[in-house]
Write a protein that binds this ligand. Structure first.
Ligand SMILES: C[S@@+](CC[C@H](N)C(=O)[O-])C[C@H]1O[C@@H](n2cnc3c(N)ncnc32)[C@H](O)[C@@H]1O
Length: 269
């Protein structure tokens, strides 16, 4: 694991900055917390004093399944996106390449030094793409699902600049201003409280840092709207999202619509 991550970590329990001396046997120098990971290639920074997060939604229970994590990129994501956001989005977004292109372009990878956070990285497709596009920069893939992180660890094994962290997007274990950009593909609909996540993203971005996310807007078909309602999927009205992110202190909102999906970008002033 790339030790470049050490200075940007914050202890999930006492919030001390750069709490660990090494990643082999991490121990917080301030409160003594010793994170225990289920996988040697993942740092587990869930705050165990608060307890394991409860998994309330059906979708998140599926995200914890090994089978879903393994078939996610090839089958699950394309089918899900096509169903909820229509055929147009399915081609560009579910097929990943179109969406990856938009995200990489949106983050301005070539012009910025990073580090980059792939927030809710799932099995790591975006983290891999960022790591390949910015080989000199640290890429942190973060997710709450052990199954997703296990697959991400296998698939990012060839990239020495990727570090995987298990944590909750509502309580990011990083120091303020740690990242040059945050990538957040297809996960906003899954969060209990997006407002808290937006505030955390703003906090961990340095001034001028970019936040690029994708989510579901309005389904183009009646079937898509009914399926979203049945699955309990939250949708984001682009006008409301723009105003929401503005209230939190982001600037320069832009978005690209792909059928019923949208990719947005904002900047921390
Ligand atoms: C639909 S998947 C998207 C994965 C990947 N970003 C992509 O676009 O292919 C949503 C991911 O969000 C993660 N997630 C859900 N709630 C989370 C939370 N509170 N903190 C961190 N990750 C979370 C899930 O475990 C899952 O991997």
């Amino acid at each position: 694991m790339d030790p470049a991550v050490l200075p940007i970590l914050a202890c999930p329990r006492c919030r001390a900055e750069a709490p660990f001396k090494n990643l082999r046997m991490p121990r917080c120098a301030s409160c003594g917390l010793e994170p225990v990971s289920h996988n040697a290639n993942v740092i587990d920074l869930i705050d165990v004093s608060v307890g394991e997060p409860t998994v309330a939604s059906t979708e998140q229970r599926l995200m914890e399944s090994e089978l879903v994590a393994r078939i996610y990129d090839r089958f699950w994501r394309p089918a899900f996106v096509r169903m909820l956001a229509g055929k147009g989005a399915g081609a560009a977004v579910g097929g990943l390449s179109g969406e990856l292109f938009i995200h990489k372009h949106g983050l301005s990878l070539d012009d910025r030094p990073g580090p980059w956070l792939d927030l809710s990285c799932g099995p790591g497709a975006f983290a891999r793409a960022l790591a390949a596009a910015a080989p000199g920069a640290l890429v942190v893939g973060l997710d709450i699902s052990r199954a997703m992180l296990d697959v991400a660890a296998q698939r990012t094994g060839g990239y020495t600049n990727v570090v995987l962290v298990r944590a909750d997007a509502h309580a990011l274990p990083f120091v303020d201003g740690a990242f040059g950009g945050v990538n957040n593909a297809g996960a906003l609909h899954a969060y209990d409280d997006p407002e808290v996540v937006f505030r955390e993203v703003r906090r961990v971005l340095r001034p001028g840092g970019l936040y690029v996310g994708s989510t579901f807007a309005e389904a183009p078909s009646l079937f898509g709207r009914l399926a979203a309602r049945a699955a309990g999927i939250r949708r984001f009205d682009p006008g409301e999202l723009r105003a929401w992110l503005g209230r939190i202190g982001f600037a320069d909102y832009e978005d690209v619509r792909l059928g019923g999906a949208l990719v947005f970008r904002v900047r921390r002033p």
